[in-house]
Ligand binder design. Sequence first.
Ligand code: HSE
Length: 300
Amino acid sequence: EQVRVFAPATAANLVCGFDILGLALEQPGDEVMMKRSDKSGVRLLKITGDDGRLPLDPAKNTVSACVQMLLKHLGREDIGVEIALHKQMPIGSGLGSSAASTVAGLYAINLLLGEPLSKHELLPFAMRGEELACGHGHADNVAPSLFGGITLIKSYEPLDVIQLPIPKDLYCSVVFPHVDVPTRAARQMIRSKIDLKDAVIQWGNIAGLVSGFFMNDHALIGRSMKDVLIEPTRAILIPEFYEMREQAMVSGALGFGISGSGPSVFAFASSKQTALNITNNIVQHLQSKGIDSNGYVSAI
Ligand code: HSE
C-alpha cells in the first residue's frame, strides 16, 4: 500500500499577524511518497530537490521524526514505513518549506493508517516538527498547509485554530530572492518587548485585515497590510525590500510584505493579471540588481 501526498507552501504572518495568520499557496509545495513495509520502524529512503541540505537520519529529519512521534502516540511503533520526500520548493525561503514537508508526511501516515486522527489532531504533531526545524513550534505555516485557505491561530494555549473566509477574486504574488534567511535567526533578532502605542496600531491592522477577509473588502485588506513591530527589523535581511515594495505597489498591489520570516515577499492583488505583473516586475527588478529569484502566482 502506497500513498502520495502534496502539501502546499504558505505565506505566514500576512504582514501584521505575526505567528497567528497564514494562508496556503497553490504553488510551490512538497510531495511525500509513503508505503508500508514488513520491517518495523520509520525509514527515510530518499530526499530529492534539497541539494543534499536535509538530514537523512530519521530522528533528525522533521518528516520522519514527526511520523515516528505520531506512531508512538498511537501505540503503533510495530508498524514499518518507507518515506521518500520530494522537495519541490526552496528551503529557508520563508514559504513554510519545513511545514509543507512535515504536513505531507503526517497526512500520509494518517492516510496509511485509515485516518485515525482528524486534521485538528494532526496539527500539534506538525507544530513539533516546526520546533525541530527552527526551535519554535509556531502554527502559522503548518495550519494553512494542513487545512488550506486562510487560518487564524486564535490562541496557542489552548490551541484554537479558526478557518477564515476566502475573499473573492483575491490573488497572491510571491517572489523568493535567492538569499538565505534561516527562520531561527530571523526570530532571534526580533524585540521581545513592544510599546503600547505600536501594539494599538498592530491590533488595529490585524482586526482590519480579518474584517477585510470577512467583508470581501479588498481596499480594507490592502490598507491593513502594515507591520510596525517586525518588518522594520527583518527587512534589513532582505535585499531590495523597499524597492520590491515600490515595484509591487506601482504594479497595482493591494498591499505587500514579508512572507513568513523572509526572504520571500508577497503581495495581494485583485486579478490574476495584476498578480502576474507584480511577480514579473519584482523578478525583473531583482535581476537588474544581479539577484536571482523565483516568482509565483496563486489564487487564494
Ligand atoms: N511566524 C513565523 C515567523 C513564520 O515569522 O517567524 C516563519 O515562517
